[in-house]
Design a protein around this ligand. Structure first.
Ligand code: NAP
Length: 513
């Protein structure tokens, strides 16, 4: 098998590539407004109630509607999952990996089409949408190979007179609860890892992105994934969430989303409901209040560029978004000035036109972020943006607050929008203390030219993904295994060699010879 390598990103400077994307956008536009029923045990099942997915950048445009599952359909999905389990779990790792490789090939072939769906449904610009598809392909290729590696088992210490083996076997039926911000990559990663390890999954997508999820499940059906192995159960998290998590037949929950929902899942899953015969496995990857530390020796051009990309890429709606810039005083004013200048290139516009800054996901996010902008005016000095932006959707100005206290709300709470807090610190050690002083611990960066400081932060910046002299977003599958500490989650390290183990249990068999 060819060694795993990351999927290359599309170069939209190239006119031919641009034309392909424009074509895909036009084609997908003709497909907007369709309806997506549930997929239970391989069959389309509709519901009386529907959810509507709007284009956040053009709110009079309906991307699609989706059925809304009910708790009764949770029961049906769990039952169908267990029916599919014996055959699916007994397939060889190679056979299951084969499905992932086929899915990857199909996604590669339809790369621009999937990117276009994300432009419409979640307001990504072309590069962000393209990177999302590339990451999804990476997960499939990487986890397929990982499954084959794990399928070989591990070697144990020889012991005279016994044959001892340990193998990794699947857990059972699991639930995938996904966020909207990487509606393809995260959903594909979370579901394909569990699937390839031998587990049927029930996919509960975000209510903000049910169409991209439906397309993924459609693709799985197209490549012949058996009925009941990957079921599609959109619906409101408030209605379906507890029913899925509490269900005695659910063996594990793979969740990515907010801290509040993640903690609720961890808590509920710990209490066995009648008939439940296991301790439910919960993987919960949650929010962040990520930060970039800049010292007085740093290459300031690189640092400012890195801060802006990390803070404003996809409108700051990444768990890894660098929403804090923590800068030592000797270069503080200069960094603030350069950030203000650099931000001028971050113009707001429509995702279909590939604007650098697009809309935020929905009205509730729009209002919440505006509220944080009001708080920011009291907690800091607004040096750019600070309010709504023109446009036919949920557009906000990218916003920078300087002189923010490390304990301020905008320096502590996840805003999940285009708002950057710049925090001055007395010296480098103080900057690291400030960096560590939140309840989260997902990503962080340090810009420095000093080797001793690189070594210092290796140990002392407490986060799951630490970067030196580069932005704090854009983790690559296999290269930067991803997951956070503290309230950022269970540190599952998606896209790393430990991830698949989370969806297996190890069985040791000893035979006396
Ligand atoms: P969210 O509101 O927590 O929703 C995530 C998922 O949970 C959605 O499918 C949602 O369904 C569902 N849900 C809602 N209430 C539930 C309940 N009571 N029980 C079970 N599920 C429930 O998060 P989001 O707004 O989609 O995503 C943004 C958050 O995700 C941010 O905090 C971000 O940092 C985090 N995130 C973390 C990572 C990471 O790797 N650490 C990656 C991406 C995003 P509905 O949509 O129907 O409400």
């Amino acid at each position: 098998m060819i060694e795993f390598r990351n999927e290359p990103l599309s170069n939209f400077q190239d006119a031919a590539v641009r034309t392909q994307m424009e074509r895909a956008l036009r084609r997908v536009e003709t497909l907007l407004g369709r309806h997506y029923p549930l997929v239970l045990s391989g069959k389309a099942v509709d519901t009386a109630d529907r959810m509507v997915s709007l284009n956040p950048g053009q709110t009079d445009q309906v991307v699609g509607t989706a059925a809304k599952g009910t708790p009764q359909q949770v029961d049906e999905a769990v039952e169908a999952g267990w029916k599919a389990f014996p055959a699916w779990s007994r397939l060889s790792a190679e056979a299951r990996a084969g499905y992932l490789f086929q899915a990857a090939a199909e996604l590669r072939r339809r790369k621009f089409e999937f990117a276009a769906w994300m432009v419409y449904e979640v307001g990504k610009n072309w590069a962000e949408a393209d990177a999302d598809v590339a990451e999804a392909i990476d997960f499939l290729e990487y986890y397929g190979r990982e499954a084959i590696r794990l399928g070989r088992g591990v070697s144990l210490v020889p012991y005279a007179g016994e044959d001892n083996r340990m193998t990794y076997i699947p857990l059972g039926v699991g639930v995938i609860i996904a966020p909207w911000n990487f509606p393809l990559a995260i959903l594909v990663g979370m579901s394909s890892a569990a699937l390839v390890a031998g587990n049927p999954v029930i996919i509960k997508p975000s209510s903000q992105a049910p169409v991209v999820a439906a397309k993924w499940v459609e693709l799985l059906r197209d490549i012949g994934i058996p009925d009941g192995v990957a079921q599609y159960l959109p619906g409101s998290g408030g209605v379906l969430g507890d029913a899925l998590v509490d269900h005695p037949g659910v063996r594990f929950v793979n969740f990515t989303g907010s801290k509040e929902v993640g903690l609720r899942i961890v808590q509920r899953a710990a209490v066995p409901t009648p008939g439940c015969r296991w301790i439910k496995r919960v993987v919960a990857e949650m929010g962040g209040k990520d930060g970039i530390v800049v010292d007085e020796t740093a290459d300031l051009d690189a640092a400012v560029k890195g801060i802006l990309v990390s803070a404003f890429g996809y409108q700051g709606q990444k768990c890894s978004a660098g929403s804090r810039a923590i800068v030592v005083r000797p270069v503080y004013e200069e960094v603030v000035e350069r950030l203000r200048d650099g931000l001028k290139q971050w113009t707001v516009g429509k995702p279909v036109d590939n604007a650098p800054v697009g809309p935020v996901i929905d009205e509730s996010a729009y209002r919440k972020i505006l509220h944080y902008m009001e708080i920011g005016r009291e907690e800091g000095r607004c040096i750019a943006g600070g309010g709504p932006a023109e446009g036919p959707g949920y557009y906000l100005q990218p916003t920078i607050f300087a002189d923010v206290d490390p304990k301020a709300r905008i320096a502590q709470e996840e805003i999940f929008g285009p708002v950057l807090a710049v925090i001055p610190t007395d010296n480098f050690e103080h900057a690291v203390e400030v960096y560590n002083d939140t309840e989260y611990g997902l990503t962080g960066s340090l810009y420095t030219r000093r080797r001793d400081r690189v070594e210092y932060v290796r140990e002392r910046m407490h986060c799951g993904n630490l970067y030196i002299n580069r932005k704090c977003t854009g983790a690559l599958v296999g290269v930067h295994p991803f997951g956070g500490f503290n309230m950022s989650g269970t540190d599952s390290k998606a896209g790393g060699p430990d991830y698949l183990l989370l969806f297996t249990q190890a069985k040791a068999v000893s035979e006396v010879l």
